[in-house]
Each structure stands twice: as C-alpha cells, then as structure tokens.
Design a binder for this molecule. Structure first.
Ligand SMILES: [Zn+2]
Length: 108
C-alpha cells in the first residue's frame, strides 16, 4: 500500500485520486492523503504532474511506501520551515512538529 501525502492540500489530493481512478488504479482519498494499492506509482505521479500542468509541485519519496506531493516553495520565503528529513515545507513551526511526528509513526 502506497500513501501519497498532499501536504494539507485536499484539492490536489482529490485531483490525484480521480486521476488515479481514471487510470484504473484503486485509489482512496482521505483529506489530503491518497492511498493506492499499486506499488509502481512513482512514474504515474510524474505523469500526473505533467498532464495536470502542476509545474510548481514535486513528488518526494520518503520511503518505499510514502510519498509527499507538495508545492516547491523557496525556503527564503518568509515564515516557511523545511523538514530536515525529507525536505517537506510547511508554513509554521506547529505544522513542522505535526509533520515530524509523521516520520516517527512510520518508524514504529
Ligand atoms: Zn519530513
């Protein structure tokens, strides 16, 4: 099972979910997370970004089952924080703490 975290972006998650469903994948969207059963999803995510023209977004592989699909934000932008483990960008210290906890959960 693969989880694609769209970084609190529910709209992109819904788009990705219906894109994957259209392509014949069994995708489930919950909030900003999309879950798929297919393991070879990396390339499909690349196609999704290309076909939907989401050039400012990028896909990061966190481990074999977790991906983050998020907007590329220059870290110089005021107030943004970047996760030192995966490069995921959030807009506040609280969000970064919540995000860091997600790494912890995966280690269990
Ligand atoms: Zn991270």
């Amino acid at each position: 099972m693969i989880v694609i975290d769209c970084a609190y972006d529910n709209k992109i998650a819904l788009e990705l979910g219906s894109y994957l469903t259209d392509k014949g994948f069994s995708a489930k969207t919950e909030g900003s997370k999309v879950t798929v059963n297919d393991t070879d999803i990396e390339q499909i995510l690349g196609y999704f970004l290309k076909e939907t023209n989401l050039q400012e977004y990028s896909v990061r592989k966190m481990d074999s089952t977790n991906f983050v699909l998020a907007k590329e934000v220059p870290i110089e932008d005021f107030g943004f924080q970047r996760c030192e483990m995966c490069g995921y960008v959030v807009s506040s210290e609280e969000e970064l703490m919540v995000h860091r906890r997600a790494h912890g959960i995966q280690l269990l």
